[in-house]
Design a protein around this ligand. Sequence first.
Ligand code: UTP
Length: 328
Amino acid sequence: MKAIIPVAGSGTRLRPHTLTKPKVLMNVAGKPMIYYIIEQLIREQIVDEIIMIVGTMSNKIIDYVTGTFDFKFSFPMQQEAIGLGHAISCAKGSIKKNEDVLIILGDTLFDVNLRDLTDCEHSVIGLKKVQDPRRFGVAEIRDNRISGFVEKPASKDVSPSNDAIVGIYYLKNSDNLFDSLDRLINKGIRTKGEFQLTDALTLLLESGEKFCPYYVDGWLDCGKVETILETNSYLLHKFNLRYKIPGALIKDPVFIGANAVLDNCIIGENVTVGNHCIIRNSIIKNSIIDDYATIENSILANTLVGEHSVVSGKMKELNIGDYSETID
Ligand code: UTP
């Protein structure tokens, strides 16, 4: 079986960070988010190759992945980010005839046992019950099988359920998947302007493919500022690392990178401090401060600071990309 990880999106909801860095390389609890997905796939030994669909800033992703992991990868290019369905179709040439595929979105982490998910005689879609299904693809369930898919329902009333599709898919019969994607693309069938994977899944359902739901408890979205901070906090609690640093009061959980200098500061809870950061006379909580950033005389919360940025002065909440400066 092969894994397909699409990472070619433009990450508009995480600008300005994604203007200089691919979303999947953004630091979460001390590592780029893509690290956790690949590490788990390799550790659980359920795939023999990882196919990453790359687009914008592909070189940065390829350099990181091949420099970090000794595994078989291929990197088909999606020339234009015109939808998840289109991105998956770019993997077609890398998959053997009718091979099973495991699709995992590059900006979503899962605290699940992948073997449980793939240990099923039918295709499987990862789901999670949500309060408001309007931002998601939604599955309709009948007799413990999926009977329909709707992409981002217009209102809660028209949504067939609260079962959101969270970004992990195990698909048998990949030939049928690629045929359905080809049909969408050749006929120009877009939903909300994009070639959607849910539309291809609907075609598969109509052609008799069976789908089982798999409810995912540990679903860790990293697509927006609030969710990347929540995921950072979740992972920091899970890793539960302990630090004792003279000159700093540490409120666990935190991650402190190599060669970080902390002087007269309070760090935590839920803070990632990247490698080589300098933090002086500051209080930081619930934030991610990326490598080589300098923070002085500041009080920060719910904040993302990009690499090599300098923050000086009293602030509250910031969202600034690489090489920024905010000085009082
Ligand atoms: P998202 O829609 O969540 O990510 O796609 P995005 O498009 O990068 O971000 P926003 O919405 O502009 O903020 C989920 C996953 O699918 C990939 C993305 O890279 C992400 O990992 N994707 C999406 C593609 O590879 N190609 C696409 O055309 C769309």
